[in-house]
Ligand binder design. Structure first.
Ligand code: DQA
Length: 139
């Protein structure tokens, strides 16, 4: 089982950025915990602040991996190009948001990606990434 986690813009600042919303743990720390929790899963991690790089990564992984967990950050609410990339690949994608976007500003209530994804997990903190992995393992 090969799963790729992709984080989009500003998620490199996890642990530092708005800790009351996103928590105090860095993604690098959390990723080590995930790898320890799922030793039989080949887990890879990619983060970029650039829309085109996220699209390139989806294309690259989207025909070989068993699952992609994607937190596209603010591109979720703006990017038709990312939605098209998800729609164009074979690997199923689960959308994750750490915060409950529906309880925040109205512009965060819309996801251009959700309809192209197998499902979405929002508001459950970093646990959402774990639940997305559990989903792929259950397939
Ligand atoms: C986020 C929610 C987005 O609205 C925001 O722009 C982010 C993080 C989340 O994980 O809660 O960067 O995707």
């Amino acid at each position: 089982m090969k799963i790729l986690i992709i984080n989009g813009p500003n998620l490199n600042l996890l642990g530092v950025r708005d800790p009351e919303i996103y928590g105090r743990e860095t993604f690098e720390e959390f990723f080590l915990e995930l790898q320890a929790e799922y030793p039989t899963v080949t887990l890879h991690y990619f983060q970029s602040n650039h829309e085109g790089d996220l699209i390139d990564k989806l294309h690259e992984a989207g025909f070989g991996y068993d699952g992609i967990v994607l937190n596209a950050g603010a591109y979720t609410h703006t990017s038709i190009a990312l939605a098209d990339a998800i729609g164009g690949i074979r690997t199923p994608v689960v959308e994750v948001h750490i915060s409950n976007v529906h309880a925040r500003e109205p512009f965060r209530h819309t996801s251009f990606l959700a309809a192209k994804c197998a499902g979405s997990i929002v508001g459950l903190g970093l646990k959402g990434y774990e639940l997305a992995i559990e989903y792929f393992l259950s397939l």
